[in-house]
Ligand binder design. Structure first.
Ligand code: N01
Length: 546
């Protein structure tokens, strides 16, 4: 019998992760004739949508916008039930995609890639998996996602807890029974805000441990009108074009008014109130006026409007004050909800301000803050992710001279990429929605499609031109990183502690790793680079053919 460890599997491309990115990457590369295999640590396809099964999980982008457009047939035959679909429906969709395009035969589930080392001698990536396989690939492509490495704060004593605990990003498949239980939720980001109302009715008592009060706006989710879906589908080409060239990757860019400060308070109120009543994708509020993310005073007009709404909804004025957000609206991920603030009017829900009275430890019985001990049966960590770089750093990635990605990015003074797609010193490695691309500040499937198409075109170009080394040039990434920082620093985004900056993870260097120049302009820049023979990248041929 051959020992798995002795057998080296040779492939053109190895792709990490079977979410939106990995599925489409596999489809494109296979269509182009490259031997490709996707490795997925979970026991099913779907990426974050496979793992985020917590109660209340649903998409907070509009369903018809949040899907693939590479296949008109797929787009037209899939019917979303609601404006904001729940997790199980998105997971069904991704499974449907995997089956429709016969992708499963090249996806290896239950297998984590643990290491990927570039061998300069032979110009190949040596890749190890946790079940002992060794692979040799020309191209190493990460579709690991920006928000997949769970952030579980290192509270003292977690191991001693006698009850059950869960992180929302690794939710079990079996139903968690909250009935009659005293439940503590740590975290009030997009996830906590979805989860809290969804479990409040079932639990005996819910204690929310809040560090930063959040702005949230009503989603007003509803079943889709089939007539509306038909209209969108009938205009597929226009829908796709708009999505690709818009600022945020959505098909309907809103016509923002120039400045919140140029309208009268009454005009502003009318605009904000209309958005509040309509319910919308939360980022829509930022599109009411052009200066909301760059001007503190303008931002305050919207922040004050939402604070007023919180005071109207929450009946206990003292509690309402505890829920009052103070940061610049939109500089943490905008949130939308169904009955979030209303949930605090329930008798069985209480709020603990852990900024004022921090969590000291987890005890066998529950959570101890500086104010006392809260006895709990279940603790839910809705504490988010080690975003942007966490999923890459979970793999031991080494480029030229054995330098690890972590050494290059974290021990160096700055993460540096060219276009968020590649980084110097790591030839033939590509990142789908990598750091310094629009990624999480865009409609993510739009950005994934753009990167996947750019990467597969690039790999085809290398084949056609008989080249086998592709690498970002240091000077190009230097310039791009500087540009990314300058764009971000001209906004209010860098003035708030958020996961965009890595501020949610203790000890993580504070860097803004998302390109804020807009999806459309970014796409044009990437296309221009490709049209100029991949300017800013070094394309060459190794002596030994890979
Ligand atoms: O994570 P978060 P999330 N002690 O980082 C708190 C996407 N998403 O899972 O704000 C106490 O936003 C932390 O407090 P603070 C979406 O992009 C998409 O909610 O850092 N509290 C915060 O309240 C989203 O933005 C969908 O002070 C601690 C919370 O935990 C992203 O995922 C749905 C703490 C974490 O909030 C992440 O959202 C859901 C500590 N030590 C999520 N550490 C869609 O529908 C952290 N917190 C597409």
């Amino acid at each position: 019998m051959t020992n798995k460890k002795d057998k080296i599997i040779k492939l053109d491309a190895v792709v990490v992760g079977a979410g939106f990115s990995g599925l489409y990457m596999l489809y494109r590369l296979r269509e182009a004739g490259f031997s490709t295999r996707v490795f997925e640590a979970a026991d099913g396809v779907g990426g974050v949508w496979h793992k985020n099964r917590y109660p209340g999980a649903r998409c907070d982008n509009e369903s018809i916008d949040y899907n693939f457009t590479f296949s008109e047939e797929l787009f037209k035959e899939w019917n979303w039930s609601h404006k904001f679909s729940e997790q199980s429906e998105i997971l069904d969709y991704l499974n449907y995609v995997a089956d429709k395009f016969d992708l499963r035969r090249d996806i290896q589930l239950n297998t984590r890639i643990t290491a990927a080392h570039y061998d300069e001698e032979i110009n190949r990536w040596n890749i190890q998996t946790d079940e002992g396989s060794t692979l040799s690939a020309k191209y190493f492509i990460s579709g690991a996602g920006c928000l997949s490495a769970a952030n579980i704060p290192k509270f003292k004593g977690l191991d001693s807890f006698d009850g059950e605990w869960y992180h929302t990003g690794n939710w079990p498949k079996e139903k968690v029974n909250f009935k009659g239980k005293r439940v503590g939720v740590i975290g009030t980001g997009s996830t906590g805000v979805q989860l809290i109302p969804a479990i409040a009715e079932e639990v005996d008592h819910l204690t929310v441990f809040q560090r930063t009060p959040q702005y949230s706006v009503p989603a007003r989710n509803h079943p889709y009108d089939p007539e509306y879906l038909k209209q969108v589908k009938d205009n597929f080409s226009e829908f796709k074009r708009k999505r690709r060239y818009s600022f945020g990757g959505f098909p309907n860019d809103v016509e923002a008014r120039p400045s919140a400060l140029k309208d009268t308070p009454e005009e502003r109120e009318k605009l904000y109130e209309a958005a509040w009543q309509k319910g919308a994708v939360s980022s829509f509020f930022l599109e009411t006026y052009e200066d909301l993310t760059v001007n503190e005073e303008a931002n305050e007009t919207l922040a004050a409007f939402i604070r007023k709404k919180i005071r109207e909804i929450v009946k206990d004025p003292e509690l309402a004050e505890k829920l009052m957000p103070t940061y610049y609206y939109g500089t943490k991920r905008p949130i939308q909800d169904t009955n979030y603030y209303e949930t605090y009017n329930r008798e069985n829900v209480s709020l603990v301000d852990v900024k004022a009275k921090p969590i000291v430890e987890i005890t066998p019985k529950g959570i101890r803050t500086t104010d006392g001990e809260y006895e709990l049966d279940i603790i839910v960590f809705a504490t988010g992710y080690d975003a942007m770089t966490g999923s890459l750093f979970k793999i031991d990635i080494r480029g030229k001279d054995g330098i690890t990605l972590k050494e290059k990015w974290e021990d160096g003074e700055q993460v540096k990429t060219y276009l968020g797609i590649a980084t110097s010193g790591f030839p033939n490695m590509f990142m789908i929605t990598g750091p310094e691309s629009p990624s999480v500040l865009s409609n993510v499937p739009t950005s994934i499609e753009q990167h996947v198409e750019w990467i597969s075109d690039c790999i085809e170009y290398l084949r056609e031109n008989e080249m086998n080394i592709f690498e970002a040039k240091e000077e190009a990434e230097e310039e791009w990183s500087k540009h990314c920082r300058e764009v971000a620093e001209a906004t209010l985004f860098t003035k708030t502690d958020s996961w965009y900056l890595g501020a949610n993870v203790a000890g993580k260097p504070r860097r803004f790793l998302i390109y804020l120049g807009g999806v459309g302009p970014y796409r044009e820049k990437c296309s221009e680079v490709a049209a100029k023979g991949y300017e800013g990248f070094s394309l060459r041929s190794s002596l030994k053919k890979a």
